[in-house]
Ligand binder design. Structure first.
Ligand code: NAP
Length: 244
């Protein structure tokens, strides 16, 4: 039977590239989306036209109830969940002293509580089946910190801590938990950055380029697959050498 994956934040960027790659590698994929269901629906339509199985699911990943709805929809349709990719996230550039309490809470709700909610929804199933894999998307800024992104950096550092702790807890149950930590990637998340900032980031990257969503997707697919069967609790940097 075909393996089944959930990719959150799959309406665009890294999530869309990951969902498409997994589907084209033989997985059935549920594509999470929130404010932009149209592109997720379109991608599912394009994958269906290739004879692949995918469906969109709209919901706020920071809500346990909505995360449970996503897991239930996948189990009702396909009867199994083999992979959860916690990719949905938000970013914001602001002086630390200008970050409001609401902005701080929203950053942690979407970037960190979502991991609690989505894992809480799928882990009982994976533990029962004694198999499964979770890949969380962190960030270089969670490793080295970014000026004017204290809440984002702190939330991504939390993703790394979450990954390591859950990997230890779920290893004995046959479930692997890893994260990919991307560098600067060409997506909507960086679209508002001034060109000179992007140029400076490119220059700071030893490989001298901005990464593509597909380059991150390939790392996620590797961690999710059998080739990584003895890999858990790891932070895989896909950053052109930005963090060494
Ligand atoms: P993006 O293009 O801005 O896409 C973000 C995705 O997250 C969208 O699909 C969005 O769905 C979804 N999302 C946002 N809030 C959500 C919520 N409350 N509930 C459910 N889905 C929600 O971002 P990206 O650049 O692909 O980033 C993907 C992940 O990689 C994020 O965790 C990000 O922090 C991380 N990352 C990105 C970079 C980079 O340079 N781009 C670097 C390091 C790490 P809708 O559009 O439907 O609302």
């Amino acid at each position: 039977m075909k393996k089944t994956a959930i990719v959150t934040g799959a309406s665009r960027g890294i999530g869309a590239a990951t969902a498409a790659l997994l589907a084209r590698s033989g997985w059935r994929v549920a594509l999470g989306c929130f404010r932009h269901p149209g592109p997720a629906r379109d991608l599912c339509g394009a994958l269906a036209a290739e004879g692949l199985e995918a469906f969109p699911f709209q919901g706020d990943v920071s809500s346990l109830k909505e995360a449970e709805g996503l897991a239930r929809a996948v189990l009702d349709r396909w009867g199994r969940i083999d992979l959860l990719v916690n990719n949905a996230g938000i970013a914001q550039q602001k002086l630390f002293t200008d970050i409001t309490e609401e902005e701080w809470d929203r950053m942690f709700a979407v970037n960190v509580k979502s991991l609690y909610a989505c894992c809480r929804a799928v882990v009982p199933h994976m533990v029962r089946e004694h198999r499964g894999s979770i890949v969380n998307i962190a960030s270089i800024w969670g490793e080295v910190g970014a000026s004017c992104e204290v809440h984002y950096s702190a939330s991504k550092a939390a993703v790394i801590g979450f990954t390591k702790a859950l990997a230890k807890e779920l290893g004995p149950s046959g479930v692997r938990v890893n994260c990919v930590s991307p560098g600067v990637i060409a997506t909507d998340m960086n679209a508002a950055l001034p060109p000179e900032t992007m140029a400076a980031l490119r220059e700071e990257t030893p490989l001298g380029t901005i990464g593509s969503p597909e380059e991150v997707a390939r790392a996620v697919a590797w961690l999710a697959g059998e080739e990584a069967s003895f890999v858990t609790g790891q932070v895989l940097g896909v950053n052109g050498g930005f963090v060494i």
